[in-house]
Design a protein around this ligand. Structure first.
Ligand code: SOE
Length: 384
């Protein structure tokens, strides 16, 4: 079997999730090419050496431009914060590298469109990692919709809730600054929900959005402070939070359905609650990532005395991806969807099979998000 050499740029939370996926995929899936963890790249050499040794990356680089110039790299995995995606993706595409990119895609529609144009011009495989599409229960939701079990869709209700910045002393990390994050949970979390809504319901036509900011200033981070580590702020120095803390968006889909999106980092007690509900003429479905192996399903065609929601445990081998893991009932977790993405990506590189979500889907998503921010600023409904 031939190898496919991977370089990862960015070795924090997502770098870890992606490294795990690259190193595991060939052990569980029958891949046409064997991923080789060739190069890991980040700025801090000491931390990078430890990271590479732990995950089995063969070489390290501290300059991403050198990674892209290497002949022994086929795939560039962009696990960086979003403000760096555009520059790195464009350069990597121009160098003929296949692109595996974290979400949210970019800071603006203009950046996202340029990334897509370069990837298409270079004819490389491009993938945008909205990992929740590859949760088996979410795939099942899509199958049920395609089979007509939900019928005509009337409502989408998405809510992505976290609580990691409720503490006003949580430091001003890069996620809370417009120049590095673009926006707050609207970009970070609504990007996932909008991607899922596109996948399950269809295109979004118009949006009305309200954003708010609860904590205006925060302590400046001390060196090395990362997201999800509260209390790492300095004593006195504070800076302005320049992104929203919560976003509420109402949308109209092209097919006539209507939807709502809630994205917040201020839902106390909710750690990573990514939920959606879809209501249609024949039935309904509900998903909550904190119970990610389950799908709620209601059929209006059930007997009158059986009406209600049933819980489907999506761990039977008939469910997408599941047969590669454990026997029924042996549930899977957050990291598995990343491994599914790597398996599909390698298939797309080897066989040219279609891969979604790709940069084209990403552009569509960024258009909706940008229209949302425009609406929040103008107070008006905006068309996508
Ligand atoms: C932080 O809010 C975060 O890590 C997101 O960036 C991820 O995309 C999401 O899956 C979990 O939360």
């Amino acid at each position: 079997m031939k190898n496919i050499n991977v370089a990862i740029i960015g070795c924090n939370f997502m770098g870890k999730a992606h490294s795990n996926a690259w190193s595991r995929a060939a052990r569980f899936f029958d891949l046409p090419l064997r991923p080789v963890l060739q190069v890991a790249c980040d700025l801090n050499e000491t931390a990078l050496l430890a990271f590479a040794a732990n995950w089995g990356w063969k070489h390290i680089e501290t300059d991403w431009r050198k990674v892209i110039a290497r002949d022994d790299v086929d795939v560039v995995d962009i696990s960086l914060p979003q403000f760096l995606h555009h520059e790195v993706a464009v350069a990597a595409a121009r160098a003929g590298k296949h692109l595996f990119c974290e979400k949210p895609m970019a800071l603006s529609v203009a950046e996202a469109e340029a990334m897509l144009a370069e990837a298409e011009k270079a004819r490389v495989v491009h993938y945008l990692n909205h990992n929740y599409r590859r949760v088996p229960a979410v795939r099942l939701a899509r199958q049920l919709i395609e089979e007509g079990k939900i019928g005509r869709i009337f409502h989408w209700r998405g809510a992505y809730q976290q609580d990691w910045i409720v503490d006003p002393n949580f430091p001003l990390t890069w996620q809370l600054r417009k120049e590095t994050a673009g926006s707050g949970p609207h970009n970070d979390l609504n990007s996932h929900s909008v991607d899922l809504a596109h996948y399950l319901v269809g295109d979004i036509k118009s949006v009305s959005c309200l954003t708010t900011n609860f904590i205006k200033e925060r302590p400046l981070p001390t060196a090395g402070a990362a997201a999800f580590t509260a209390g790492a702020g300095g004593a006195a120095a504070r800076g302005a939070v320049t992104v929203e803390d919560a976003s509420l968006m109402m949308v109209e889909f092209a097919n006539g359905a209507v939807g709502s999106f809630e994205a917040t980092r201020f839902a106390s007690g909710r750690k990573n609650r990514n939920t959606f509900e879809i209501y249609g003429s024949e039935g309904a479905i509900g998903f909550d990532f904190e119970r990610m192996n389950e799908l709620q399903f209601h059929s209006r065609h059930d007997a009158e005395n059986m009406q209600g929601f049933r819980t489907i445990l999506a761990t039977e081998p008939c469910h997408p991806y599941v047969k590669h893991w454990w026997p029924p009932g042996h549930v899977i977790g957050y990291e598995h969807a990343f491994t599914h993405a790597v398996a599909d990506f390698v298939g797309a590189v080897a066989h040219g099979t279609p891969l979604e979500p790709n940069f084209r889907d990403g552009v569509k998503c960024v258009r909706v998000l940008e229209a949302g921010l425009k609406s929040a600023a103008s107070g008006k409904r905006e068309f996508v």
